[in-house]
Ligand binder design. Structure first.
Ligand code: NAD
Length: 486
């Protein structure tokens, strides 16, 4: 029986919308849930409720706000099985991905609790002997727009740090994952007795996204915007936020490289390549989208990589927890991946493994002979496709890795840590991981991209800094001379 999530959550209450939309399981098109379809009116209500709740929430002792974060983490642990099931059913994710998400989520709320024990400002030296302070204060209402690919974790990463800093939140999850990315948190926060208006969740269909999105950005009560999603949509959100002079943090797509040097541990490198390219069907913003392998180890690496990739079990994740490769989220994504594979083959690439598409399931696919004129080289794929490109020198690997408008994350495999640092420092990415895949996320670390992969950072104190205002406050103590003419 399909779930019924026909109310949105605002001001601590579950409220009706005039219509609903259908949320399907991407693996088999069965109806997973019927969901509240909010429009701009409901969004305005949620923003007003968030604004009304700001006074109480921001004035609570920080220790009380931190305690709520810990209660949320404990409630998530209690509801873990529901979450994992819905990550599988709504998002087409592997069981192991759901388990990871459920655990990492809790870590985010614990890190948010810890972050609120940090300093909230600095003392400054003053030329006139003032007591001079730079102090942080919450902005007010912060709007959160999150994607479908790691829906619970990415929603939580966006709203937990602003929330614990004293802001109130209106969260709009993706229409592909309205429960895991949104209403799940409404249920959790309701259960732990979070004060009314601190977290509000509006869900809507694709048809209403533009109107709801505009309200979330343009409503004068909204003071900050956190967006995670595609570069195309992120650009328009950032432009609108700029027009309204609102603070925003925008995390977008990527074309991440994993560089395998000739001195790398090849077994580890092949495992990192397999995980980085195919985890969640390649639908992670930090997925490996260019695998650069030194020509001297190309053949042995390919052998190990193909062995590992061909052992990945493919199928509906809900039918068997061992199905690591499930469906892509929707037909649009499948068509994008199909177009990229066909374009590459037409222009001379070789399919070394996979390449078949059945419904929304795309086999883990390895390509060689990939050249800069191919779509798979230029564009984000967001599917289980790994182009493997040989290189001769570190300089060449760096040039190929940086040959993209994106700059999210990267990885370098080498036994020489000094060499790893030199390469990592030359890569134009917001994040780089030596002897690991580009896919890394820790709740206390600054997460974010460079170039067209976004602006701003989530995580730890950086997540707090984005959504607080720094104010300069002084106390005069007799040292400031005013011209006697006055
Ligand atoms: P998307 O841009 O289509 O949607 C993201 C969110 O924006 C969704 O909630 C969607 O409903 C909303 N949205 C769409 N149109 C809007 C509009 N006009 N106004 C306001 N909101 C609107 O992206 P997606 O398909 O959900 O996610 C996949 C993309 O996200 C990929 O490009 C991926 O690389 C990127 N991503 C980036 C990160 C990161 O941290 N950098 C993390 C995950 C995903």
């Amino acid at each position: 029986m399909a779930h019924s999530y026909v109310k949105y959550y605002s001001g601590g209450q579950w409220r009706e919308t005039s219509s609903t939309f259908s949320d399907f399981n991407p693996a088999d098109d069965t109806l997973w849930a019927t969901v509240a379809d909010a429009g701009s009116n409901e969004t305005r209500t949620a923003i007003q409720n968030a604004h009304d709740g700001f006074g109480e929430w921001s004035q609570l002792p920080f220790t009380t706000r931190a305690e709520f974060m810990l209660k949320i983490a404990a409630e998530i642990e209690r509801r873990k099985d529901d979450l994992v099931k819905s990550v599988q059913a709504e998002g087409g994710g592997w069981f192991g991905k759901g388990m990871h998400e459920a655990h990492a989520l809790q870590e985010i709320f614990r890190a948010a609790a810890a972050a609120s024990y940090g300093p909230v400002g600095e003392m400054l030296p003053s030329a006139s002997g003032k007591f001079s302070m730079a102090m942080r204060k919450p902005l007010g209402v912060v709007a959160i727009i999150s994607p479908w690919n790691v829906p619970a974790l990415l929603s939580a990463r966006q709203f937990s740090f602003p929330l614990v800093a004293g802001n109130t939140i209106v969260l709009k999850p993706s229409e592909e994952t309205p429960f895991c990315g949104g209403l799940f948190f409404a249920e959790v926060c309701d259960a732990v007795g979070l004060p009314a208006g601190a977290l509000n969740v509006v869900t809507c269909s694709r048809e209403n996204v533009a109107a709801v999105g505009d309200e979330l950005i343009e409503n004068p009560l909204v003071k900050g915007i956190a967006f995670t999603g595609s570069t195309a949509v992120g650009r328009t959100i950032a432009a609108k936020a700029g027009a309204h002079l609102k603070k925003c943090c925008i995390e977008l797509g990527g074309k991440d490289a994993l560089i395998v040097c000739e001195d790398a541990d090849l077994v580890r490198a092949a495992q990192l390549a397999n995980f980085g390219s195919f985890m969640h069907q390649g639908q992670i913003c930090m997925s490996v989208e260019k695998l650069l392998v030194h020509e001297n180890v190309f053949e042995p690496f390919m052998k190990l990589f193909k062995q590992r990739a061909s052992a990945l079990k493919v199928g509906n994740p809900l039918q068997d927890n061992a199905n690591v490769i499930g469906p892509l989220i929707n037909d649009k994504q499948v068509n994008n991946v199909r177009t990229q594979i066909e374009d590459a083959v037409k222009k001379g690439a070789t399919v070394e493994l996979g390449g078949k598409i059945s419904g929304r399931i795309v086999e883990p696919t390895i390509l060689t002979g990939v050249k800069p004129d191919m779509l798979v080289y230029q564009n984000e794929t967001f599917g289980p496709v790994a182009p493997v490109i040989p290189f001769k020198s570190d300089a060449e690997a760096i040039t190929i890795a940086n040959d993209t408008p994106y700059g999210l994350s990267s990885g370098v495999c080498t036994r020489d840590e000094h060499r790893g640092m030199e390469i990592a420092q030359a890569l134009d990415t917001g994040m780089s991981h030596i002897n690991c895949s580009p896919i890394n996320d820790e709740a206390n670390a600054p997460f974010g991209g460079a170039k067209s992969s976004g602006i701003g950072r989530y995580g730890g104190r950086w997540g707090v800094e984005n959504f607080t205002e720094t104010r300069w406050i002084t106390i005069e103590r007799g040292g400031k001379n005013i011209p006697p003419a006055f």
